[in-house]
Design a protein around this ligand. Sequence first.
Ligand SMILES: Cc1ncc(COP(=O)(O)O)c(C=O)c1O
Length: 444
Amino acid sequence: MQRVQQLRPLLPKGHVTYYKDQLLIVKGEKQFLFDSNGKKYLDFFGGIVTVSVGHCHPKVNAALTEQAQKLWHTTSIYHTEPIYEYAQKLLGKFPSKLNTVFFVNSGSEANDLALALARNYTGRFDVISMRNGYHGMTQTVLGATNLGNWKPVFPHGFNIFKSLNADPYRGIFGGSNCRDSPIQVKNRKCGCAPGVCEASDKYIEQFEEMLLHDFSHSSGPAAFLIESIQGVGGTVQYPHGYLKKSYEAVQKRGGIAIADEVQTGFGRLGSHFWGFESQGAMPDMVTMAKGIGNGFPLGAVVTTKEIADSFNKSLYFNTYGGNPLASVVGKAVLEVIEEEKLQENCAVVGDYFLKQLAALDEKAIGDVRGKGLMIGVELIDEQGKPLAAAKTAAIFEDTKNHGLLIGKGGIHGNVLRIKPPMCITKQDVDFAVDIIAKSIKQFK
Ligand SMILES: Cc1ncc(COP(=O)(O)O)c(C=O)c1O
């Protein structure tokens, strides 16, 4: 660690590292990480929702090392078999109209390309993204990332309009039965009849108003880019039907609905492989990264053949996208998810986890939310305001000291973000809930 501290100035100051007493991680195995002192941690953040099937999974390791002995790279100017085998396997996970894939290296790059594709296809420039959403850090995509603490001071992402954050807990509309989750908002009531969600209807009304006022009546936006559940923004789920209706409002005007599945994809939500499916919504384009490669730099944009093929007015090239190493890793990850029934595990263990957290009798917990193994715990003070940053930081530090790694997010940094590798067990959950409860009790 001493050597790392000496070398630290070589990396920029803005490079975020967690914890006052920082960690030097040297090894990973399944859902566990080990630091340079040999201390073992239960990793409930998975390298920020990236380690999907477990650290150093033997099947993924074997695929990677076998390919590394044969061929690393040629780029797309020649054919290689792994990219086609992987494309076939990945596209098999989508509704049949989404039948063409571009491979890239990260989530930001996937979203950047998605916006370029949508603009090229529609011949329009305007885009909508939701307030409190996170979509990455290229200069274009930063315009769609609507969390002030990530916004640069220089101009970025032109013509990206912001829709209201459809958050049933803190948003302007909400209620106690809005979410696709075993746990609902406690501090709001609603009297909606079964199958009705007033909060959703009101957010959609606002969305339609925005379309009416902010865009030309003869040509709407090129695209609407939205996470299926917000990740960095603090695991915010939209009210029932919002995603489907907002997609349809854009599609009706000739725009493209883009599902950002960088965090929500690959079975993490349990009930479905993709977040948009869990809300009965049908996008025209899906972007993905993180869990797709279990830590290997890989991302993708999946869309219709018509949209993909319209991108031919200039050349398209990506040096590393879908290279043989990335492709064999991506395919092995999909095989592990199937063979080890990890989507089913997310459903069962995630449901148990959410209920255990909701059962904690702790006033500092304002909201428990999420689906499958994508979970948020919002911490509040006695007035219901976001818990002070110093207190959240103390809780966060304490969980780590007791061997549990979690994330934090939300615009106020007061939401504990829990998105572990998808192979965790109920015993792991019991261990984690016990630590979270004790840390909150002590430092709230
Ligand atoms: C929903 C979402 N989209 C896009 C990105 C950007 O991905 P990357 O960091 O791989 O560029 C992230 C990263 O956290 C994300 O959470």
